[in-house]
Design a protein around this ligand. Sequence first.
Ligand SMILES: [Zn+2]
Length: 353
Amino acid sequence: MRLMIRMLPPVALLLAAAAMGHAADIAVGTAAARPGQKATGVIRVPAGVDAGVEIPVIVIQGAKPGPTLALLAGAHGTEYASIIALEKLARSTDPAALSGALIVVPLLNVASFLQKVPHLNPVDGKNMNRLYPGKADGTQTERALWAVTRQVLDTCDYLIDYHGGDLDENLRRYSYWADTGNGRLDAASRAMVLAFGLDHIIIQRNRPGDPNPSRATTITRQAQNMGKPSIAVEAGHAGTTAAGDVDALVGGTENVMRQLKMLPGTAAPVEHPLWIGRYSVIASDRDGIFYPLAVPEAYVTKGMTIGYVTDFFGEKIWEVTAPVSGVIIYIGAVPSMKKGDNVAYIGEIVAEP
Ligand SMILES: [Zn+2]
């Protein structure tokens, strides 16, 4: 091989090397990895109507060919367990053992993380998982999402989006699988969600023409619109980074990588998961102090008291009751309760779809 290359004229050699290098590189932002390499860099979002931001990204290209899987956490920058899980996974993944490539964005919402502001990007007050595909000339959130759409979603074949209970949320681990009506897409994402292994799965009905009252486009919905199988997973709560939550996210991701043939071995799909067909959101109709009387994963029946709100003198002003029978997916974790804030999600169990 070496002798043959030496015999080529220099210009042909350069062209061949350039072509090979170009074909072999996977680049996202300033991170470019050749086969068998791991590269770190940033997705640069230039300043526009407000400040710019640099979003960290890791590209890991396996020594062998295979699909490209994108992993994104920290759209909500204080959902810490998911961010720590991707930090850990990106460090521990060995490119020599990998087929295909990982694009890891461990912390999308940098300002939320640094300033400890839950739910929103404090730079523009917008939610970084509602406004895909973003806008090239919008505020920072919109420009960042536009960069993710063009640089991460355009490049990947599959996507996992990571969340968890935020600073004020107590939740049990669960995942989301979308019923889009596209058989190929839905079968692929269903295999991913079962391989990931969380035993509570919320079904999102994302068929074209279905009502989308919030008009929100999450990253998984955007990926599905682009024909790319995607799931969302949630673990961790209220500022914690418990090993059990982090390990569930890392182990689940590695199982999806096995299922996609990116790692050797097989992934046993979770058996008999609980499928949640609908969930009801309870929002507070008062300002006050919240006292929960139920925990995530508890089964409640319609009308059951799951908590109460008092005024600032301790007088009970609102009894929070379950509007449906089901399982508590999430319930407020802190006493602060502002009118309009979410108090709890209750999921209704359905038969396996
Ligand atoms: Zn989130």
